[in-house]
Structure formats: C-alpha cells, structure tokens
Design a binder for this molecule. Structure first.
Ligand code: GDP
Length: 172
C-alpha cells in the first residue's frame, strides 16, 4: 500500500522480474480497486489502490478507508503489510493514520523506501534515519525498513527474501 505515485506499480514490476508474477484479478480503471498477484504460485501480493487523501474529496477518502479497512479486517490469511513510500517525502497524516490503524490489527509491517536511486549514499542514510525517527511518533518501531530502487533494483532482492522468509514461510 502507498500513496499514489510512491512507486507501487514499479516495485511490483521490479519484484516480478525475478519471479513469475501472475495477475489473478484486476478491474478496469485499476487504480481504485484491489489487484491480486500470485508470485510463483507461492504467495499472493495484493495491490491496494493508492491513497493521497489531501487531494481528494471527503467522500472518496471515506470510500478508500472503508474498502481498505474492510479488506484488512476480514482477510484472515493476510500475513503482512508493506507500505511503499518515496524516500524523499516525509510521513503525512495519511501514513500516520494508516500505521495507527494497522497497529490495532497487529499486522507485521515492512516499509519500502522507494526511488533511492534519486539520492546519493549520504542522503539515503539521512533520509532513512529521519523517517525511522519520525516513525517512532506512531509507535511502530518494529517495522522492517528497506531502501529500494525499482530503477536499478537496489534492495529488491532483500525485500523479497524478507517477505518470503518472514511472512510466507511462517504461514506454510
Ligand atoms: P504508483 O502510483 O505508486 O503505482 O507509482 P508508479 O510505480 O507508477 O511510479 C510513479 C512514478 O515514479 C513513475 O514515473 C515511475 O517511473 C517513478 N518511479 C517509481 N519507482 C521509481 C524508482 O525506484 N526510481 C525512479 N527513479 N523512479 C521511480
């Protein structure tokens, strides 16, 4: 899950490069609904519609939260939540609310900080440290954080290994 333009589709494509990713279902105008992908027939990624509440109406905001909260609440086979975030942005109220909500569901959280190729090594470390520090505000210190780039695939293998080992194997 992640804000529109955070790099969700690109990361999905980058992850699918090394694995067989099959779209199980989708919907026209895909951005607003859930998309399901089977990975190597081993686990399933669910792509939630991008959020960006600030630019949207209250009605759309409510619709998004209801759909996502409903999805997250009723799916007993969910093993983890992956929040995708542009490494250059700061957390907004949207992420804060989402994280607070996830926390009440006890869902393991991983965070992929995308577009790291746009920063130099020092800036990557600075941004990562700041985002981790700010994350403490919502008391989600147990999140696994990955710096990734869909462009040069940095961090993608680590992220996928983590998803597989921590969330998929646990469940099987
Ligand atoms: P989504 O709305 O979250 O699905 O975001 P997209 O995957 O469509 O990406 C939004 C924009 O960011 C597109 O122009 C992508 O090419 C660009 N983008 C996404 N990931 C990366 C990345 O890792 N590096 C760079 N340089 N650009 C990226």
């Amino acid at each position: 899950m992640g804000r529109s333009n955070a790099g969700k589709s690109s990361l999905l494509n980058a992850l699918s490069n090394s694995r067989k990713l099959a779209q199980v279902s989708s919907s026209p105008g895909k951005t607003r609904l859930l998309n399901f992908f089977d990975v190597d027939a081993k686990y399933r990624i669910v792509d939630l519609p991008g959020y960006g509440f600030a630019a949207r109406s209250q009605a759309e905001r409510t619709e998004w939260s209801q759909m996502v909260e409903n999805f997250l609440s009723v799916r007993g086979n969910l093993t983890g939540a992956l929040l995708i975030m542009d490494i250059r942005r700061d957390w907004s109220l949207d992420e804060t609310h989402l994280l607070e909500w996830l926390q009440t569901r006890d869902l393991p959280l991983a965070i992929a900080l995308t577009k790291s190729d746009k920063l130099g090594k020092n800036d990557i470390q600075k941004r990562k440290a700041k985002l981790i520090k700010d994350l403490a505000i919502v008391n989600y210190s147990s999140a696994a954080i990955f710096v990734v780039s869909s462009l040069n695939r940095m961090g993608c293998k680590d992220l996928e290994d983590y998803i597989f080992k921590s969330w998929v194997v646990l469940k099987t």
